[in-house]
Design a protein around this ligand. Structure first.
Ligand SMILES: [Zn+2]
Length: 319
C-alpha cells in the first residue's frame, strides 16, 4: 500500500455513544479550519441523537489531519502579536483555573492535576506551586514546548500510552479534547480509574444545542472536521458521562460568544472559497477591536441569555 492510500484511509463506524448503526446524514462539509482536501460527513444517530463523523479517519490515518501548523492555534498567548487576542487568551486561562479551584477537593499536601491534551502547557503553567502538574500531549512539538517553556512534566502520546496506571489525580481536565477521541467511552472509563475517590473531572466540549450552533448551521466553528469525531450537546454529553460512570455536578460555559462567532465567520469564508488576501481582508472586517466593541453589548447579552458554543461539565464518580 502506498503512502497516499494510508493517509486517506477511512473507517465506517457505529454510534460511538450507543452502538446503533441507524443514522441520518446531517452535514457534508470540508475542513474549514486548515483547508486539507476532502469532504466529511456528519450523521445524527437515530437512537441517541449524537452527531458523529462517519466514515472517519482511523487512529492510524488521523495524524495526516494534524499538520504541524495545527500547533499555531495552541501557541502561548504572549507569542500572539494581536494584543486583544493575547489578553483574552490569558483571561480565559484565569477563568479556567478559578473554575478548577472552586471544584477541586481540599487537601493538606500537594494536589495532583492531570491535563489531557495539554498542548504547549499554557493552562497547566498558570497554576501555582501547590499543585503537582502532569500533562499528556499527542503532538511531540507541543509537548516539547511545554517542557522547554515551563519545565512541565508532559508525556508525549495517547493517554493510554502514558505510564499512569495506578496513579491517582484530584483533578483531571480535558479542554476541547474529548471530541477528538476515537473511543470516548473507553477513554472516560480509563480517566475514571485515574481519578481519586473524591476527584473531579472537568471537560469542555463544543455544544451543538447552543444558539450559535443552530444559527450558524454548517458554518458553525464547532464543526471542525475531520478532527471533531463527534459533537455533543447538553443531553448527549450527559449520557456519555453517565455511561462511563460519572455524574455531572455542574455545567457551565466558559467560552465566549465572540470567539465562536469569529471561528464560524472564518468557516463561512472558507466554504465560500475565500483564499489569500481576500480571506485576510474579509476576516479583518470582523476581527478587530472596533467591531468587537460595537458587538460587545450583543455578545454580552447572548452570553448570559442563551446556551453558549461550548459546555464545561464538572463530573464526579457516580458510584
Ligand atoms: Zn447513538
Amino acid at each position: 500500500m502506498n503512502k497516499i492510500e494510508v493517509v486517506h484511509h477511512m473507517e465506517s463506524i457505529k454510534c460511538p455513544l450507543c452502538d446503533s448503526d441507524k443514522s441520518i446524514t446531517r452535514y457534508t462539509i470540508p475542513d474549514s479550519l486548515l483547508g486539507i482536501p476532502g469532504l466529511f460527513v456528519l450523521v445524527e444517530c437515530a437512537e441517541c441523537g449524537l452527531l458523529y463523523q462517519n466514515p472517519r479517519p482511523t487512529r492510524e490515518s488521523i495524524g495526516y489531519y494534524y499538520p504541524p501548523e495545527y500547533n499555531i492555534y495552541i501557541s502561548p498567548p504572549w507569542s500572539n502579536p494581536n494584543l486583544l487576542q493575547k489578553i483574552l487568551h490569558l483571561y480565559g486561562i484565569k477563568k479556567r483555573w478559578n473554575f478548577v479551584l472552586r471544584h477541586a477537593p481540599k487537601r493538606i499536601g500537594k494536589r495532583r492535576i492531570l491535563d489531557i491534551g495539554c498542548a504547549t502547557g499554557v493552562f497547566l503553567a498558570a497554576g501555582d506551586d501547590s499543585w503537582q502538574k502532569i500533562g499528556v500531549e499527542l503532538s511531540p512539538q507541543a509537548a516539547e514546548q511545554a517542557r522547554y517553556l515551563f519545565g512541565l512534566h508532559v508525556y508525549t502520546g495517547m493517554l493510554e500510552q502514558a505510564p499512569l496506571v495506578g496513579q491517582k489525580f484530584d483533578v483531571i481536565t480535558l479542554w476541547d479534547v474529548l471530541e477528538h477521541l476515537h473511543d470516548p467511552l473507553a477513554s472516560l472509563a480509563y480517566i475514571r480509574e485515574l481519578l481519586s475517590p473524591d476527584g473531579v473531572c472537568i471537560i469542555r466540549v463544543p455544544n451543538l444545542s447552543s444558539w450559535e450552533a443552530q444559527f450558524c448551521g454548517r458554518y458553525w466553528g464547532g464543526l471542525e472536521q475531520p478532527r471533531h469525531l463527534f459533537i455533543p450537546d447538553d443531553r448527549t454529553i450527559e449520557q456519555m458521562l453517565s455511561r462511563a460512570g460519572f455524574s455531572i455536578i455542574e455545567s457551565a460555559s466558559l467560552g465566549g460568544t465572540y470567539h465562536v462567532f469569529m471561528q464560524s465567520w472564518k468557516f463561512w469564508l472558507r466554504q465560500h472559497q475565500y483564499t489569500g488576501w481576500k480571506f485576510k481582508i474579509a476576516l479583518r472586517l470582523l476581527d478587530n477591536i472596533i467591531v468587537r466593541a460595537i458587538l460587545f453589548p450583543i455578545t454580552w447579552l447572548v452570553d448570559r441569555k442563551f446556551n453558549k458554543g461550548s459546555i464545561t461539565t464538572i463530573a464526579v464518580k457516580s458510584l
